[in-house]
Design a protein around this ligand. Structure first.
Ligand SMILES: C[S@@+](CC[C@H](N)C(=O)[O-])C[C@H]1O[C@@H](n2cnc3c(N)ncnc32)[C@H](O)[C@@H]1O
Length: 437
């Protein structure tokens, strides 16, 4: 086992541990993150080899890179002593390799001269392969962490690490720029943040060849994110317009083309999730989604709002054909409760996912009346993560469940309904005031 240093991103620090644990678990790699501190940009973990480090880091969105740790300390004297004591047997391995040094000063700054001086002090490594700035065999990194005390900038680092770069993350390799919504050919008002879509797919353990289903596809944000990790996305939505897009060049297919993942794309279909038409034996490995909560889009299901008025409609005939069997028939829709839809989602996942398969979805909650028992549960699904993204008066939570085998017996609860929680939409448009409770 070896020690590795992970340089973490500062976006969504509460989600970092879940992402890295999920990736490690996906690859079957034991990873202990119990000492993770959301305040710190670095964490030391133990892994068996570089291959494991590479596998995890290549997909990570909330990390920046991973390094084989050669030494650390509070001062450079300590770092050098530590490197010599713990890593001197490594110096020879890279003696002939071309190399360069990289410098990371987290929340601090160093002039070029200072950097050069610091790097010179590592000359005892006695590398002879020559410095190569472009594509060197090895990159050695000095990583400094400065204390951030209010607005005052610290002049000396709080802690210093030295290591050999093993792998930069998907984030560092610019995946966020690639999936930036502003550059995406087809988006709509419901398009989900690119970064968090990718994070959702990582925590949901989307992977190569895994059928990934988004039952509330909209403009397909989760589908393209899933394909980025090799998943085979399939989506459905009650709203055919969202799935169809805005012409040939601005639709879901165009997005896959833009990202070079068209071959992964299975399909999208217009379907009310509560009247799911998938064959019983259609295998779904992972479910990732952002259910409708009535703010930007309606939560509707197929059916007549006033059944008494709809009576006899099934007998309407147009051009000799029953109206409801014609291709251009538009289903009547009726409102539905979010709590019931989430219940349906959990039941569907419990029935259709394989043991070990994950369901990851976003649920909005008002901050002033949230209690943890509002989170819906199903006896066959274990809640692994409840990760919160906080806005001013409300939050959205990424809830991640895993399907367990029949020896697992949890509880089944319709969280929102059993709490008699007011519809999120009512609270949202009531600006979360007391009266809207
Ligand atoms: C929050 S949006 C999801 C947006 C999507 N993540 C995107 O990238 O655009 C929820 C979606 O659920 C759809 N929806 C509402 N009721 C539905 C139902 N009963 N069955 C399937 N989809 C439904 C809406 O049409 C909407 O597109």
């Amino acid at each position: 086992m070896k020690e590795y240093l992970i340089y973490l991103a500062q976006a969504y620090p509460e989600f970092r541990r879940a992402e890295l644990e999920s990736l490690a678990d996906f690859f079957g790699i034991p990873l202990d993150m119990s000492h993770h501190n959301v305040e710190r940009p670095f964490i030391i973990v133990t892994l068996e080899n570089d291959e494991q480090a590479k596998q995890i880091m290549k997909r990570s969105i909330l990390s920046r890179g991973i390094y084989e740790l050669w030494g650390q300390g509070k001062t450079y004297e300590e770092v050098h002593a530590n490197v010599k004591e713990t890593s001197s047997d490594r110096f020879g391995i890279y003696k002939e390799s071309s190399f360069k040094f990289d410098f990371i000063a987290y929340k601090g700054s160093r002039s070029n001269n200072e950097r050069m001086e610091i790097i010179q002090d590592f000359s005892y490594l006695a590398f002879e392969g020559g410095v190569r700035m472009k594509n060197p065999d090895q990159i050695f990194s000095v990583l400094e962490e400065y204390n951030v005390n209010g607005m005052e900038k610290a002049s000396e680092p709080l802690h210093i690490y030295f290591g050999r770069q093993i792998q930069l993350s998907a984030r560092t390799e610019n995946v966020l720029d690639k999936y930036d919504l502003r550059k995406r050919k087809y988006i709509g008002t419901t398009s989900f943040d690119a970064e968090l879509s990718l994070v959702t797919c990582n925590i949901g353990q989307v992977g190569p060849g895994k059928v990934t289903y988004d039952p509330f596809t909209g403009t397909g944000s989760f589908l393209v994110a899933a394909a980025n990790f090799g998943g085979l996305p399939i989506g459905s939505d009650i709203d055919a317009r969202a799935l169809r897009g805005k012409g040939e060049k601005r639709n879901i297919q165009a997005n896959f083309k833009q990202y070079g993942t068209s071959l992964n794309f299975l399909d999208v279909l217009t379907m009310d999730f509560t009247n799911n038409a998938f064959r019983q034996d259609f295998g779904i490995d992972t479910i990732v989604c952002d259910p409708p909560y009535g703010v930007r889009e309606g939560l509707k299901v197929c059916g007549a709002k006033h059944p008494e008025k709809a009576e006899g409609r099934e007998n309407v005939v147009i051009d000799g054909e029953k109206a409801h069997l014609r291709r251009d028939f538009i289903q009547p829709k009726k409102p539905y409760e979010l709590s019931d839809l989430l219940d349906d989602l959990l039941f569907f996942a419990a029935e259709r996912l394989p043991v070990g398969g994950r369901l990851a979805f976003w649920m909005p909650t008002a901050n002033d009346d949230f209690e943890v028992n509002q989170i819906p549960q199903h006896e066959q699904l274990e809640l692994l993560y409840n990760l919160e993204q906080v806005f001013n008066k409300w939050s959205r939570r990424l809830l991640v469940y895993v399907k367990r085998d029949e020896t697992y017996k949890g509880e089944t609860t319709n969280g929102l309904k059993s709490q008699n929680i007011k519809n999120f939409r009512v609270r949202y448009f009531g600006r979360f005031t007391e009266e809207s409770r």
